[in-house]
Design a protein around this ligand. Structure first.
Ligand SMILES: [Ca+2]
Ligand SMILES: [Ca+2]
Length: 198
């Protein structure tokens, strides 16, 4: 018993901690799922997941998770889902094993989960296809804007780019190809003249 305990506490915990999934919704919170190798010692009692945001300097004393402050005791599970995390922060995680006497192993490797969202990032407004200026209809002003983007005379905003990239058109459907060029100008002109309806 004493030897086993010494094994658990004095040797490095060779678990490979890995990060499985990372989900977040921009308004709310992030959820991270972690998994690690099982510790095979006979008096293993469970694992603790440590976390922290900002830096990887010990101690990992995070407080954001819904599951509780760091460390989170996950019993003998070898996966853990940590939720309620702030998606605008980067997090670091590590796992230890503990035995029936409460003795704890050294840390596993550290897993780093980067920032999910940059605050202030607005979703792209694609609006009406070809309505680059966003006035509610596709007109000659949009054709002229597309021409300026295609010739490099004007740099589109992300929203304008999304509305200007209408070509190619395949089977009557717009298939944006990530570039605004003369093909997009022609399609927008054809929308204006009624030749194409998207
Ligand atoms: Ca317009
Ligand atoms: Ca295009």
């Amino acid at each position: 018993m004493r030897m086993i305990r010494r094994g658990l506490t004095n040797t490095i915990f060779w678990a490979v901690l890995s990060f499985v999934t990372f989900l977040y919704s921009p308004c709310c919170a992030a959820t991270v799922t972690l998994s690690w190798d099982a510790n095979t010692e006979s008096d293993l009692a469970g694992y603790k997941v440590y976390y922290k945001s900002g830096t990887s300097t010990l101690p990992f004393n995070g407080t954001d998770a819904l599951e509780g402050v760091s460390p989170i005791d996950v019993n003998s599970w070898t996966t853990a889902t940590i939720s309620g995390l702030d998606p605008s922060k980067a997090y670091y995680f590590t796992v230890t094993a503990y035995d029936t006497s409460g003795a704890e192993s050294t840390n596993s490797n550290i897993v780093y989960v980067p920032i999910a969202v940059t605050s202030g990032l607005a979703p792209i407004d694609t609006g009406i296809k070809g309505d680059i200026d966003g006035d509610g209809f596709v007109g000659l002003a949009d054709v002229l804007l597309a021409l300026k983007f295609a010739t490099g005379k004007l740099k589109p905003s992300d929203d304008q780019f999304a509305r200007a990239d209408v070509a190619p058109v395949t089977d009557g459907l717009s298939v944006p190809n990530g570039s605004v060029d003369v093909a997009d100008v022609i399609v927008i002109l054809e929308i204006v003249t009624g030749k194409i309806i998207l």
